[in-house]
Design a protein around this ligand. Structure first.
Ligand code: HEM
Length: 128
């Protein structure tokens, strides 16, 4: 309900190949994450909405992300430091292939096995 914290993966997995999915999961560059500072404390967040002086923001430092309503925000800036969790999860190529295979199955019902070599993009994504 409301604003999702990330993209609809079933839509993405329906149109992207396994390699493209892996690249997006492991890429460092993200577009929507902001560094939100409130009462001298900064956290990574996804803005949901702004209403008058109040903002609603998904706090990505909580697991799972937590919706917070804040009234006295000091600053909202781009957050180049945020790491997308799958980057740090230490998936093996087999596990990455299984996650992507599962998403493709939810998107299209495809039961074709995704192979580890189809998602081997780590050397590329490390430098992005
Ligand atoms: C295996 C689990 C996950 C998969 C397969 C996955 C996949 C993806 C993909 C494909 C994107 C699109 C990236 C792009 O378009 O550049 C994305 C973006 C995003 N994901 Fe995930 N993700 C996973 C876990 C998580 C978790 C655990 C969180 C939060 C705690 C998260 C938060 C986000 C956010 C906030 C974005 C948007 C980033 C931005 O554009 O600024 N993801 N994810």
């Amino acid at each position: 309900m409301g604003t999702a914290i990330g993209p609809d993966l079933t839509r993405l997995a329906a149109v992207l190949g396994p390699r493209e999915m892996a690249l997006l999961m492991l890429a460092r560059v993200k577009q929507h994450v902001r560094l939100v500072t409130v009462s001298g404390h900064a956290f990574s967040g996804i803005l949901k909405r702004k209403q008058g002086q109040e903002i609603e923001v998904w706090d990505l430092s909580r697991t799972p992300p937590e919706l917070r309503t804040l009234s006295e925000v000091e600053s909202i800036k781009p957050d180049p430091g945020w790491e997308h969790p799958p980057r740090e999860a230490g998936y093996t190529l087999e596990e990455l292939a299984d996650v992507i295979g599962y998403l493709r199955w939810t998107a299209s019902g495809s039961q074709n096995k995704v192979k580890p070599k189809d998602v081997d993009v780590r050397a590329v994504s490390r430098s992005r």
